[in-house]
Design a protein. Structure first.
Length: 208
């Protein structure tokens, strides 16, 4: 069992120092090396220290999951369509009807190479590794949303920070309820797909 001091240091490096450093100006090659090394360390910890098996959890409540995701997606769709209509009407759904092939490719690539790694770090690792460090579950969820939004600080966009903070709360609550990396990754992917589809992808680094 690793000490509390070790876990706190690890937490600080993974969730604070590394994301903040990506917002600084230094060579991309170094950033890529740090990101890949950090992710490799996370996988090592999950497999060898936390003893994860990376298999689908039994008895997942798919019906309840889809119901809640659909309701939340309706709210997100209403708010984002309204936002795009008021601020950038010409961009509304432009990728879908102007570049449908790119749209399909991005949906797949985003889910596999962005969403799933993020959920392994910010939900699976976070919940399994650091839960014992917090006495308050509310604070635990809140900090998860904070560090998740900090992972997007390199975009230097206040709206992105707010959106990812709110998304962090939703994803944390889903993982808290389901204990499933698969389900929270699906939810995360669906909301990200929608933002790309509605025309807000440029804020999150989607090629358009």
């Amino acid at each position: 069992m690793q000490s509390v001091r070790y876990k706190l240091t690890e937490f600080f490096l993974i969730f604070i120092i590394l994301p903040v450093s990506f917002a600084l100006d230094y060579p991309f090659v170094i950033k890529a090396f740090l990101a890949i090394s950090g992710f490799g360390y996370v996988i090592f910890v999950l497999l060898k220290v936390e003893d994860n098996k990376f298999k689908m959890a039994p008895n997942l409540k798919w019906k309840s999951f889809w119901k809640h995701v659909f309701i939340k997606l309706l709210v997100i769709a209403f708010l984002t369509i309204g936002y795009m209509f008021l601020t950038a009407e010409s961009e509304l759904f432009h990728v879908l009807y102007k570049k449908p092939k790119l749209w399909v490719v991005i949906l797949f690539a985003y889910a596999m190479f962005s969403v799933y790694p993020q959920e392994l770090i910010y939900r699976t690792l976070y919940f399994q590794r650091y839960s014992s460090l917090f006495k308050s579950r509310t604070l635990f969820i809140f900090i998860n949303a904070i560090v998740f939004s900090m992972a997007h600080i390199f975009y230097r966009n206040p709206l992105v920070i707010v959106m990812t903070f709110l998304g962090g709360i939703l994803f944390a609550l889903t993982y808290e309820k389901t204990k499933s990396t698969l389900l929270v990754s699906i939810e995360h992917a669906i909301y990200g797909w929608w933002l790309f589809t509605v025309g807000m992808g440029h804020m999150l680094g989607f090629p358009e």
